[in-house]
Design a protein around this ligand. Structure first.
Ligand SMILES: CC(C)(COP(=O)(O)OP(=O)(O)OC[C@H]1O[C@@H](n2cnc3c(N)ncnc32)[C@H](O)[C@@H]1OP(=O)(O)O)[C@@H](O)C(=O)NCCC(=O)NCCS
Length: 252
């Protein structure tokens, strides 16, 4: 797949069961997290997840967390060949959750993101993946936030969209989701800051890692793809190359 172009297979979100996850293929699952958290959802959580869920102050945030993590377990259980409540996770070197304990032939790499009423889970068998979804917020100071957090190249690109507020909102959340997905793929999170690399953000242009000032080879090792998660949301997937195909599935 060439940089910046949608991988083969990306398009509609399907409700059909996924085919076998082959090397070079990434499955992305979309989960609606605006519904109620059922007893069955609570039942598959680990004691740690249950405890974390109970510490949420807002019922809405608790519900979204429980539905997202219960569905994450159900999704991964099908790949790992284990019951959802038997899956075990550990935190990687930089805080990225990883699946452990499954037979090596069924181990998968994954990443979770949630925003508003949606969660996304990316799954690959043989390569690190990072996914991020961001619900658009019209009321934040987009240019000001970009000045604080984005790279100079990204700030300039966003400034050029200023004549259209709609373009600024879309450009800002495209950049945000692409930056987060990249940081989440490597697992580094925001520990190394957000302004040492440039991503594309202009509406209508392909998602790309333009340059990483701390890692010259990054654009040739990682592929970045924008995902059409839902109207009013930006989402991006980053995976180690080569990625031949990205398949999209609805979990709920
Ligand atoms: C935690 C972080 C990895 C992502 O946070 P986020 O975008 O707020 O949240 P998301 O929903 O996309 O991702 C959270 C999930 O990522 C996973 N995650 C946590 N740490 C991770 C890491 N270091 N690497 C990859 N994935 C990670 C977890 O599964 C987590 O789910 P949980 O909190 O329900 O257990 C990190 O990048 C962060 O704190 N970002 C701050 C947000 C920010 O300032 N963004 C500015 C962008 S311009």
């Amino acid at each position: 797949m060439s940089e910046g172009h949608p991988a083969a297979g990306q398009g509609e979100w399907r409700r059909t069961p996924p085919p076998l996850l082959r090397p070079g293929v990434v499955h992305v699952w979309r989960i609606r997290i605006d519904g109620v958290a059922t007893a069955a959802d609570w039942a598959v959580l680990s004691p740690e997840e249950d405890g974390r869920a109970r510490r949420f102050f807002a019922e809405r945030h608790q519900r979204r967390y429980v539905v997202a993590h219960a569905n994450l377990r159900r999704i991964l259980s099908a790949y790992a060949g284990m019951a959802p409540n038997e899956l075990a996770f550990r935190t990687g070197q930089y805080g990225k959750p990883e699946l452990v304990g499954a037979p090596s032939a069924t181990l998968v790499e994954f990443n979770l993101s949630h925003s508003g009423d949606l969660a996304l889970v990316a799954v690959a068998r043989d390569r690190p993946v990072g996914v991020d979804v961001e619900r658009w917020n019209d009321r934040v100071e987009h240019i000001e936030l970009a000045t604080r957090f984005f790279s100079p190249v990204e700030r300039d690109a966003l400034q050029r969209l200023a004549p259209s507020h709609a373009d600024v909102v879309e450009g800002f959340f495209s950049a945000w989701s692409r930056k987060e997905a990249y940081l989440k793929a490597s697992g580094h999170g925001i520990a190394r800051g957000l302004d040492h690399f440039d991503v594309s953000l202009t509406p209508g242009q392909p998602a790309r890692i333009l340059r990483d000032h701390l890692d010259d080879g990054a654009p040739s090792r990682w592929t970045m793809t924008a995902l059409a998660a839902r109207e009013g949301y930006s989402a991006a997937l980053v995976a180690a190359k080569p990625v031949d195909e990205i398949l999209l599935f609805d979990a709920t």
